[in-house]
Design a protein around this ligand. Structure first.
Ligand SMILES: [Zn+2]
Length: 137
C-alpha cells in the first residue's frame, strides 16, 4: 500500500503546483526515485495510472518520467561524503541485497571510508518525490 500512498502524494502535489502556476494541462511529471527507496516500481506506476485516470482535463496527456537519484552518504563524525554505490562495491552480494531491501542495515555493513565510523546519514537518494511538472497554460 506504500506505493499507492506515494503515488497519491505525487499526483496531489502535481495538481497543487499546476493550480498555483495556472496550468490548464500537465504534460510531463518528473519523479525522482532514490536509489535507497523500497518501492515496487511496477505497483507504483500502476497506481499512478489509476489515480490519474479520473483527472481527465488536467492530466489526460501527462507523461511520467522517472529519474533515478544515486544515494549519497555523509559521515556524522568527520563529514566525509561518499556514493552509496562505492560502498556497495566492498560488500558481498548478500550484504548489498540486505541493504537494498532494508536500508537501515547499511549501518551494520558500511563504514566511513575516511574514519571508519558507522555513524553516517543518507543525504541523497532516499524516497520518491515529485521533482517538477511541465504543462500548458
Ligand atoms: Zn568519517
Amino acid at each position: 500500500m506504500h506505493e499507492w500512498a506515494l503515488a497519491e502524494g505525487v499526483v496531489a502535489t502535481a495538481i497543487k503546483v499546476a493550480e498555483r502556476e495556472g496550468l490548464r494541462e500537465i504534460t510531463e511529471i518528473r519523479v525522482k526515485i532514490g536509489e535507497l527507496q523500497q518501492t515496487d516500481m511496477e505497483v507504483f506506476e500502476f497506481a499512478l495510472k489509476e489515480i490519474v485516470r479520473p483527472q481527465t482535463a488536467l492530466l489526460k496527456r501527462a507523461q511520467f518520467i522517472f529519474e533515478p537519484e544515486p544515494a549519497v552518504l555523509k559521515c556524522r563524525v568527520c563529514g566525509t561524503e561518499w556514493a552509496f554505490k562505492d560502498a556497495l562495491k566492498k560488500l558481498d552480494e548478500e550484504q548489498s541485497e540486505s541493504i537494498h531491501f532494508l536500508p537501515e542495515t547499511a549501518h551494520v555493513y558500511v563504514r566511513c571510508p575516511n574514519c571508519h565510523s558507522p555513524d553516517f546519514e543518507v543525504t541523497k537518494g532516499r524516497g520518491v518525490w515529485l521533482e517538477s511538472i511541465t504543462g500548458e497554460k
